[in-house]
Design a protein around this ligand. Structure first.
Ligand code: SF4
Length: 708
């Protein structure tokens, strides 16, 4: 905690990192020498954090002041080839780009996009937004792609995190958001945490799980890796990587076989249970145990614990979604909840823990290629007609391409121009050699960001954007809480608000946009999104946070939803049976180890912000691979030595760290380090429904690096 006497003023806002959405207060010094700066941050009494913050929220606030911050537009120098500059030094004078005026940069940015559209048609253009955008920026960005470009090729990193969860939720219960907040865990008798590691990825949510466990809630943790919350768990079961669908189907078998299902709930609220019953008949614990590595008796115990609880919740993360069977994983979890009547009451529910601070809101706002805002299909003529009236423009009826499909389309030469706002696909996409090769082929790339990221190194034009503490805007967290962030410090140099930059591109593409402030964009959103009914900018200024759906202007939003009916055509939820499938790339003699990628507590996503935050970067300054102690013995390594990890797509060399929570046969690598980019190794194979890559399983080989 800083010295509050040294601060000149305070501004209330929200943490810019994870989907927990902790409310915080910036303490600001008006320093004549250094300008206005955030001195320190304190947690506020928000509904999802009650004053708490994790290390990122508390210390990750100084990245906007990093010396490499972009403060003027940049234009690629003629003749400089596109691609990663191996000698790139963000602190050195830029050699590949020159500074430009806003007028010149915007004309070039929009002119290049317009020329490609006119020569090759709307589908030659695509846009990647970011889950770090505010709701208003996300709305404007997808509107620009749909109305200005004329295509639906707009996506963002939800495709890389919970697209498969959303696909399963939409299919089974008619809604892509959580059915209950994580605070409801405090009222549950049993909580399953699977494919997630909240102490690392949702640290303040983890404090609620700890609190629940201390109060008597039975925590059941199902994951291939161990984790800090194991210390609070009633049962912690480490299953074989890729064995999740087998495990959940076996649990469903037990629930059916032992009559543990809730027939009254099933009759009143669901359809398709008889088909599910017949489907899981053969999927006994004995039959599924070899694939999931969990003993039949333990599977039975887990099923009984969940099914016989009065109130139970299931939370999951990307260990569930980032598989070629990610949608099937989520379908299984939904079936468990429906079979046991575990939704619609306090202390029950389904909760995919959303990753980035605004991945829920950016998805709600329509930054998804196949749906308009509020998940309304672009293929539905009635839906399109409503938005055509709102936006006074015709809309393309063909669903757009997703993140990895856009990269493939660039490689194939059909997508030729892109506008990328705050996203870093040159670090976050799977099989980076392929993705980077594709990006170098783009005829015109506009990147809007805070720094010259790996992606910006491929750009023709780089537009200096606004950091979260510099902007007004709303974000929606994992609990469906729409929250207001307020500008705390001024923009540096000539950097501009993101909504302003999007609008300038739109105007140059011939659109008559004239928004003066994000509150006007939010007002337009409320006309197209029923989910925002009874939520206004003015209300958010007063209350800071309102949960959707909200029944009235003066009523709180619904923390738990679907007590009476589901938002499907029939009002009923659907069971979708699934069949266990092997990973896309099983381990073999050449590649015998499972590579899992993910985040560290101190770093966020591709590290573009947290690696430029002094405290966070000091805590975790370099890439490391985590291995079980027995693996280090096998490889004759001591912690701190180096290994090379090789997959069919590439190789990286980095230090090893011993991690007693890892199991043998696995290695974990964070994906935020450009100098050893984990995604050079990952498998681009997609879940056929959610189109999400299999980041949580790639076959690899580990080799000790012998010092010369
Ligand atoms: Fe920020 Fe998430 Fe940490 Fe809260 S838990 S302070 S939202 S990173």
């Amino acid at each position: 905690r800083g010295d509050s006497r040294a601060a000149d003023r305070t501004v209330d806002s929200v943490c810019p990192y994870c989907g927990v959405g902790c409310q915080l207060t910036y303490h600001i010094k008006d320093d004549p020498e250094h300008g206005e700066r955030i001195l320190f941050v304190e947690g506020r009494d928000g509904p999802s954090n009650q004053g708490r913050l994790c290390v990122k929220g508390r210390f990750g606030f100084d990245y906007p002041n990093h010396p490499a911050r972009l403060t003027r537009p940049l234009i690629r120098r003629p003749g400089v080839p596109k691609g990663l500059d191996p000698d790139f030094d963000p602190r050195a004078p830029l050699t590949h780009f020159r500074e430009a005026s806003w007028e010149e940069a915007l004309d070039l940015a929009a002119g290049g996009l317009a020329a490609l559209k006119s020569a090759h048609g709307p589908d030659a253009l695509a846009g990647f937004g970011s889950a770090k955008c505010s709701n208003e920026e996300a709305w404007l960005f997808q509107k620009l792609v749909r109305v200005g470009f004329g295509s639906n090729h707009v996506d963002h990193c939800t495709r890389l995190c919970h697209a498969s969860s959303v696909a399963a939720l939409m299919e089974c219960i008619g809604s892509g958001a959580v059915t209950a907040s994580f605070m409801q865990a405090l009222q549950a008798d049993v909580v399953i945490l699977t494919g997630c590691n909240p102490a690392i990825n949702h640290p303040v949510a983890a404090t609620y799980f700890k609190q629940a466990a201390r109060n008597g809630t039975k925590l059941i943790i199902l994951d291939p890796r161990g984790q800090a919350l194991d210390a609070y768990a009633h049962r912690s079961v480490r299953f074989t990587p890729g064995g999740d669908v087998s495990l959940y189907n076996a649990m469903l078998h037990v629930i059916v076989d032992e009559g543990l299902f809730d027939q009254a709930y099933i009759d009143a609220h669901t359809e398709g249970f008889e088909a599910l019953k017949a489907h899981v008949r053969e999927l006994t614990p004995e039959a599924m145990s070899p694939a999931c590595g969990v003993a039949p008796e333990q599977i039975r115990e887990l099923a009984r614990l969940y099914a016989t609880a009065d109130k139970a919740m299931i939370f999951w993360g990307m260990g569930i979604s980032q598989h070629v069977h990610g949608t099937d994983n989520a379908r299984c979890l939904i079936s468990l909840a429906l079979a046991c009547g575990q939704t619609g009451r306090p202390g029950t529910g389904l909760h995919p823990l959303r990753g980035q601070n605004n991945v829920q809101g950016a998805s709600d706002a329509g930054m998804i290629p196949m749906v308009l805002p509020d998940y309304q299909p672009v293929t539905d003529a009635q839906v399109r007609a409503a938005f055509e009236e709102l936006w006074n423009a015709p809309l393309n009826p063909t669903p757009g391409l997703t993140v990895v499909e856009i990269m493939d389309a660039i490689a194939a030469g059909t997508v030729k121009g892109m506008y990328i706002l705050g996203e870093n696909p040159a670090m976050s996409d799977p099989d980076l050699n392929h993705a980077r090769k594709a990006m170098a082929k783009l005829e015109h790339l506009v990147v809007q960001d805070l720094f010259v990221t790996e992606t910006a190194q491929f750009a023709d034009v780089i537009l200096p954007a606004s950091a979260w503490p510099e902007k007004d805007g709303t974000v929606t967290n994992t609990n469906r809480q729409v929250q207001l962030g307020r500008a705390a410090v001024p923009l540096p140099g000539e950097a501009k608000p993101d909504w302003w930059i999007i609008q300038q591109i739109a105007v140059r593409l011939g659109l008559d946009w004239d928004y003066q402030h994000p509150r006007e964009v939010f007002a337009e959103m409320t006309q197209g999104m029923a989910s925002l009914d009874h939520i206004s900018w003015e209300r958010l200024e007063r209350e800071s946070s309102v949960t959707y759906p909200c029944p009235a202007n003066d009523a709180p939003g619904a923390d738990v939803v679907f007590s009476e009916a589901f938002p499907t055509e029939s009002g009923r939820a659907r069971f979708t049976p699934t069949r266990p499938l092997p990973p896309d790339e099983p381990v073999d003699g050449d590649f015998p180890t499972v590579l899992i990628t993910g985040r560290q507590l101190e770093h966020w996503h591709t590290g573009s912000m947290t690696r430029r935050s002094r405290v966070l970067d000091d805590l975790e300054p370099e890439p490391v691979a985590s291995l079980a102690p027995a693996e280090l013995v096998r490889l004759r390594l001591t912690p701190g030595e180096h290994i090379t990890i090789t997959t069919r797509r590439g190789a990286i060399t980095l230090k090893v760290r011993v991690d007693p929570l890892m199991r043998e046969g696995m290695v974990f690598v964070p994906f935020c380090y450009g100098e050893a980019a984990a995604n050079l190794l990952t498998n681009p194979a997609l879940d056929p429904v959610g189109k999400i890559p299999e980041f949580k399983y790639a076959a690899c080989r580990l080799e000790r690096v012998v010092a010369a």
